[in-house]
Design a protein around this ligand. Sequence first.
Ligand SMILES: Cc1cc2nc3c(=O)[nH]c(=O)nc-3n(C[C@H](O)[C@H](O)[C@H](O)COP(=O)(O)OP(=O)(O)OC[C@H]3O[C@@H](n4cnc5c(N)ncnc54)[C@H](O)[C@@H]3O)c2cc1C
Length: 430
Amino acid sequence: MSPQAPRSPHHVVVIGAGFGGLETVHRLAGAPVRITLVDRRNHHLFQPLLYQVATASLAPSEIAWPIRHLLRKRRDVTTLLASVEAIDKAARRIRLDDGSTLAYDTLVLATGARHAYFGHDDWEPVAPGLKTLEDATAVRGRILLAFEKAEREPDKPKQTALMTFVIVGAGPTGVELAGTIAELARATLPADFRNIDTRKARIVLIEAGPRALPAFREDLSAYAKRSLERLGVEVELGQAVTGCTAEGVVYGGKALAAATVIWAAGVQASPAAQWLEAPADRVGRLKVEPDLTVPGRPEIFAIGDAAIVARPDGRPVPGVAPAAKQEGAYVAKVIRARLAGESPPPAFRYRHAGDLATIGKRRAVIDFGWIQLRGALAWWLWGFAHIYFLIGVRNRLSVALNWLWIYARDQRSARLITRDGARLETKERG
Ligand SMILES: Cc1cc2nc3c(=O)[nH]c(=O)nc-3n(C[C@H](O)[C@H](O)[C@H](O)COP(=O)(O)OP(=O)(O)OC[C@H]3O[C@@H](n4cnc5c(N)ncnc54)[C@H](O)[C@@H]3O)c2cc1C
């Protein structure tokens, strides 16, 4: 290299193109860096609407975008479709699934989390959770297949089990799933079947804690429970699931036969803390410093669901999309300040905008802290907020149109059983 040759710019490697990683990349636009963004999937996923894919309300392509396309105008960013398997922090290299390695100057870990089964990982095949598009299409396949099989099932107890849907965990995802499956069974499907009355499907929402939507104020939790019950959902609170098989679940000492069980409880962070042999909390989230760096490793940041950082009052920053985005923006600021030789910004401070959850059509709860909303107004606001956060005009229009159609006609156009659902089915039989 000649002495005049420019030094290759500072290399920032971002692992994970979820809410946190993508925000870091966006906020580093124009900075004197080259960026490599690594994700094991080729798309960025809007997880808050995954349950709508699982319940046939939206198509997968309406809530996911190819990462390459999102960054096509950024000549400073290289996108790699690869899974990270290890990090050599001494050599400052990451190892990818094909055995190749990639050197970094600064590393941003934004690898997110998955659902956890509280030590019962063997429950996963019978009670899938929702985290990826594959999960959502598999759950959709299971729900629709259960109705298909019930239509052909002459044995009454077996038919009842096929028409029983259990959702474990009454956080926002569990509540949203239960409400939408109830609407699917009561309003969308009845005319499609001849031998069964889909309105008789049982939807049972089981929660170990004392209330639904525990992160919300008590009155909103109570409203959510009442609204679910009005939709015909059986809400079982204070009951932990202690058994889960292809035949159904055991909870509160009783067995419930159910062909479809969906897991919406528990979170397990990605193995980033193990890669680094760094301190983590009990669900594997990396414990980071107030500037979101890994202790003793100022060149490594961890953000979003993969990390845990305390707020000034000691409560942890919640594992939600806005937190991951704010952390991503903050990390970009720190990197910029370092490269400019400026003093770093003050410690990360999370700004909580509010909590939202919907309970089927025309019912939602919103807690902004300073004001609480429930009912139809909250539902419309929830809808507008989600459409606003989607990427691209086409997707916004398409989702809005789908929702208006469901609102007016109760029709859900994505009622497709694809190979994911069929494969799960084969696996179960095998
Ligand atoms: C069903 C569901 C509903 C939700 N609803 C809401 C909601 O209504 N509101 C809200 O605010 N939050 C919601 N959340 C939470 C929110 O989605 C997360 O807090 C947010 O996605 C965290 O962002 P992240 O960037 O940390 O991780 P993610 O968005 O999960 O992104 C992680 C990325 O890392 C990639 N990755 C992981 N491991 C590797 C690896 N080894 N190699 C390469 N790439 C890897 C993944 O493919 C993924 O693209 C929901 C989550 C789920 C699952």
